[in-house]
Design a protein around this ligand. Structure first.
Ligand SMILES: Cc1cc2nc3c(=O)[nH]c(=O)nc-3n(C[C@H](O)[C@H](O)[C@H](O)COP(=O)(O)O)c2cc1C
Length: 204
């Protein structure tokens, strides 16, 4: 697909068919992330893909339970209004790519930390465009933020005793996730600000 068409075509898909996504397809998508630019070419990212149904449900439950436990707590619910809905989406999603920062705890105060987050953002956008080009639906997810420690602990536990035991460590922060699968919903029109609202060009 041409780049302009790809950019227009990509949208957030929130409903997926149960069709399995092959490892080969996941590798093609993460290959697009691998080639993304990163600050000082540090490639501060690690990807853990969950394709197993039970584990996807566990991850979905972790998000849903955050909402159930905290729905009356104003402070904990700040920005978290969609966390339950995002959990529900993950229940039906055949593949979830969890994106970890391969760096010390991100504090968001040091330039390295900000650069790492920006680089990861670029890598995720590469994956979204690649998935779209492959005819798949995808969704960028930051609602994982509210349960990032719990999710990271869950993954560490799953990897324990496997050959990938040291793939991520306690220091690697879970930054976001991406859902991917065969779309089970029609696309909707993009709701965007106009170019005039967001662009100012200063000429000589
Ligand atoms: C960094 C980022 C985080 C997002 N997190 C979530 C999320 O947790 N749950 C969700 O349903 N959508 C999430 N979205 C999707 C946005 O809501 C969506 O991109 C936006 O509404 C524009 O719609 P479009 O992607 O279809 O063009 C996220 C998007 C971005 C870029």
């Amino acid at each position: 697909m041409k780049l302009d068409d790809l950019i227009k075509e990509r949208h957030s898909c929130r409903s997926y068919l149960p069709t399995a996504i092959s490892d080969a397809k996941i590798k093609q998508i993460v290959e697009a992330a691998r080639l993304a630019p990163s600050s000082k070419n540090a490639q501060q990212w690690k990807f853990v893909c969950i394709k197993a149904k039970e584990e996807s449900h566990d991850i979905a439950n972790i998000l849903e339970n955050y909402y159930i436990k905290n729905k009356n707590n104003k402070e904990k619910m700040l920005g978290a209004s969609s966390v339950f809905a995002t959990g529900k989406i993950l229940e039906s999603c055949p593949a979830i790519i969890l994106v970890f920062a391969d760096t010390e705890n991100i504090t968001r105060t040091k330039v390295e930390d900000i650069s790492a987050l920006l680089s990861i953002g670029g890598a995720v956008e590469h994956m979204m465009l690649k998935a779209t080009d492959m005819g798949l639906g995808c969704l960028w997810i930051c609602d994982t933020y509210f349960v990032h420690n719990e999710l990271a602990d869950y993954i560490l536990k799953k990897l324990k005793g496997t050959e990938k035991e040291n793939f991520i460590s306690k220091k690697n922060r879970l930054v976001c996730a991406m859902a991917v699968g065969v779309m089970a919903e029609p696309k909707y029109p993009k709701n965007r600000k106009t170019l005039d609202e967001i662009l100012c060009i200063i000429n000589n």
